[in-house]
Ligand binder design. Structure first.
Ligand SMILES: [Zn+2]
Length: 270
């Protein structure tokens, strides 16, 4: 029980630091600023001391205000840390459940494969949160380098003993699914960015999990879209591209898809 709580706390801390970093990266990609400049207050530009830069803790301690100019720090600084931390903590819980608890986690932590799976989760999480925090239309230019993320993922999965055919088929399906719609509609239905996003997600999830992940994104999009219409927030629905829903859907299928797929095959009697 102790190591379960320890694992959750550690994953949350690591995830919130990642979330904070990715959020900063997303902002600096916009402004063309590099990552070299140390963290600073977005309002007054003052460089942050290390103790004012601890994810979540510093935000709460300073009550969401800069320690120097006392202006409000935008809420998404907090949410990026909270989201990153929660997602990685959930990933740890999913892994715990998958390997059968404490003993399984210990065994996995002593194998290279186990850490390569952790690396896959981290690469996926970083790229997904990057998608989440950037303006999606602008992102359609930026997502092109996602093919590099795809190559890194192929290498990591291959080292972990993954099947190359599985990754290539997944990546082809993910990218062609959106490329065909992009060409057929001359870019009206979906953005070019979805093609690159589909490629990366297809490699990450592999075949056949990319299929239900895309399907899940459409369902999620329909639910959110309908809810927004019911709440009278119609304006929002036109601004929500599919990619926004592909992100959480893929994460869910990365964590639980394999188990669901096996139960599904079992149900079919295969
Ligand atoms: Zn300030």
């Amino acid at each position: 029980m102790g190591s379960l709580i320890l694992g959750i706390i550690f994953s949350f801390l690591l995830g919130s630091a990642l979330g904070s970093f990715v959020h900063c990266w997303a902002h600096r990609l916009y402004s063309g600023e590099g990552l070299r400049r140390p963290s600073y207050c977005p309002q007054c530009g003052k460089r942050l001391a290390w103790y004012d830069n601890i994810p979540i803790f510093s935000y709460l301690r300073l009550k969401g205000r800069c320690s120097s100019c006392h202006k409000k720090i935008p809420r998404d600084y907090f949410w990026s840390e909270f989201l990153g931390g929660s997602l990685l903590a959930i990933a740890f819980l999913a892994a715990w459940q998958k390997v059968g608890g404490e003993e399984g986690i210990w065994i996995a932590m002593h194998t290279v494969q186990g850490w390569l799976v952790v690396l896959q989760a981290i690469i996926g999480l970083v790229l997904l949160m990057l998608v989440f925090w950037t303006d999606y239309w602008w992102l359609s230019i930026f997502t092109r380098p996602l093919w590099i993320g795809g190559l890194v993922m192929i290498f990591v999965k291959w080292l972990a003993g993954g099947s190359l055919v599985n990754m290539v088929v997944g990546g082809l399906f993910g990218s062609l699914f959106f490329a065909l719609q992009f060409w057929a509609s001359k870019g009206q239905w979906i953005g070019e960015g979805d093609i690159y996003l589909g490629l990366f997600l297809g490699i990450w999830l592999g075949w056949p999990l990319i299929v239900p992940a895309i399907f899940g994104a459409y369902i999620l999009g329909a639910i959110v879209g309908l809810s927004l219409i019911i709440m009278g927030q119609k304006k929002w629905t036109s601004k929500l591209p599919l990619g926004v829903f592909l992100v959480p859907s893929s994460w869910v299928f990365f964590l639980w898809g394999q188990q669901w797929w096996q139960s599904y095959l079992h149900l079919l009697g295969w």
